[in-house]
Design a protein around this ligand. Structure first.
Ligand code: UD1
Ligand code: CA
Length: 462
């Protein structure tokens, strides 16, 4: 039999979010809220996690958790109607096989596995206790359940905010974090006996606390912050971003203030993440790479020693080692910029491979293309990839030179070491080593400018 399992309560409606998205699926620092407590439970030693959802959110919650925590042993169970945390815990416990169970809420993303381990340890050290709950001291405890203790300090009950009965109870600053470790059999038994005769007409999990021998472990107030509305979501996310930055800092990454790095991002040592950078999703950054001010990188791989200069936007793409991107570059999905290649300011790429050492330094659109090793794409070059119906490929051979302000009308291939003269509209393939030139022959008219100027100024004078 497994020693320890967890139940995560996530079936509440989350009305205060005013949202079409279930509360526990709102993202914070790149993961759905519910992924954080589930992960904390696993890190604290839960061999399985039972997640309680509502009938309408079951599929979305299970899909989101499978994506966020691949490989985790999760089970989903539906609470038919939101009759309170006590009912949700009862439903969750029907799937628990272990002797000991952690109960967590799906809306507490700041909870840490260390807090859970401490709670498990506290219960183990007190043989008379059947349940341990996490509490914290809050100067403004409004909204939370209060921890009532008897004269010798043992927990006698939890009183919900709306059910506080006296000034003495209202004065209590020790609040219930909504995190419990319990003997599963004792908790099942207590939950069978609770009733809904309270201000909200709900079955309170907290009422079970008074029915079993319970202890409260004081933890850090920051761990318990629950997300009930958008303001609390923003506050919790700011703390999560801070934790992520501290984690990377401890691993040898420079993270300047004001960078926002999702919990999902990987960064190697000695990389520098400048102020205002946003790193999202399945992004990784190699050693000694620099992501400079204001760049936004989503689901992309940036190689070692690459430089992403300020205000570049990179999405679902890869940047090779020592490549240089930006400033103000836009790599749209499926761009593969290989090692030592350069993509300069106001260059946009999409579904294009720019091979090793190739350069497109200024003002260009490279869509649906393949730029050969060491090729140079001049300023103002456009890959005309779209005819209004379909996208077509532009292929540029190794070492080719595309003069400024050229248009390459796809599908088209420019051969290896070929030259495209400035201002050429390329509509036919250019063989290896050939020069393509397509422009009207220049004519110089001697003295014409002086005569024109004289005539125009005479006209102006009248
Ligand atoms: C709860 C505690 C309170 C504690 C606070 C800490 C109770 C009665 N109160 O209050 O003592 O101080 O957490 O944050 O437990 N849920 C269900 N099904 C339901 C109702 C709720 O799954 O029928 C889930 C919610 O999705 C949520 C969690 O249980 O994840 C907590 O519910 P919520 O309504 O937020 O409880 P609080 O009022 O915050
Ligand atoms: Ca809550």
């Amino acid at each position: 039999m497994n020693e320890l399992e967890a139940v995560v309560l996530a079936a509440g409606q989350g009305k205060r979010m005013l949202s079409g998205t279930p509360k526990v699926l709102h993202p914070a620092a790149g993961r759905p809220l519910v992924a954080y407590p589930v992960r904390a439970a696993i890190e604290a030693g839960a061999s399985r996690v039972v997640v309680v959802t509502s009938p309408s959110t079951r599929d979305a919650v299970s899909a989101a958790l499978a994506a966020a925590l691949p490989g985790a042993d999760l089970e989903f169970v539906v609470q038919e109607s939101p009759r309170g945390t006590g009912d949700a815990a009862r439903v969750g416990l029907t799937r628990v096989r272990a002797e000991r169970v952690m109960i967590l809420c799906g809306d507490t993303p700041l909870l840490r596995s260390d807090d859970l381990c401490a709670l498990v340890g506290a219960l183990e050290q007190d043989p008379s206790a059947r349940l341990a709950l996490l509490s914290a001291h809050l100067e403004e405890p409004a909204g939370y359940g209060r921890v009532l203790r008897d004269p010798d300090g043992r927990v006698s009950a939890i009183r919900e905010h709306r059910d506080l009965a006296s000034d003495a109870e209202r004065a209590i600053r020790e609040v219930n974090a909504g995190v419990y470790v319990a003997d599963a059999a004792a908790l099942r038994d207590a939950l069978a006996r609770i009733r809904s005769d309270n201000a909200q007409g709900e079955l309170y999990l907290t009422d079970a606390v008074a029915l079993v021998s319970s202890l409260a472990l004081r933890g850090d107030a920051s761990a318990l912050a629950g997300v009930n509305d958008r303001v609390q979501l923003a506050d919790a996310e700011a703390l999560l971003y801070r934790r992520v930055a501290e984690r990377h800092g401890a691993a040898g990454v420079t993270v300047r203030s004001g960078a926002r790095i999702d919990d999902t991002v990987m960064i190697e040592p000695d990389a520098v993440i400048e102020s205002g950078v946003v790193l999202r999703g399945a992004t990784s950054v190699g050693a000694r790479a620099v992501i400079d001010v204001g760049s936004v990188v989503t689901d992309s791989v940036v190689g070692a020693e690459a430089q992403v200069k300020p205000y570049s936007v990179i999405t679902s793409s890869s940047v090779g080692e020592r490549a240089q991107i930006g400033p103000f570059a836009h790599l749209r999905p499926d761009s593969a910029i290989e090692a030592e290649a350069h993509i300069g300011n106001f260059v946009e790429t999409k579904k294009t491979r720019v091979r090793r050492g190739a350069k497109a330094n200024h003002l260009a659109y490279l869509g649906d293309g393949d730029v050969g090793e060491g090729a140079n794409v001049g300023a103002g070059t456009i890959f005309c990839n779209y005819d209004g119906f379909q996208k077509h490929q532009t292929i540029i051979g190794e070492g080719a030179f595309i003069g400024s302000d050229s248009q390459l009308v796809a599908p088209v291939t420019v051969g290896k070491q070929a030259y495209v003269a400035t201002g050429t509209t390329v509509t036919r393939d250019v063989p290896d080593g050939a020069l393509a030139i397509g422009r009207i022959k220049q004519e110089n008219k001697a003295g014409y400018a002086s005569r024109l100027r004289a005539r125009l100024s005479a006209q102006k004078r009248g």
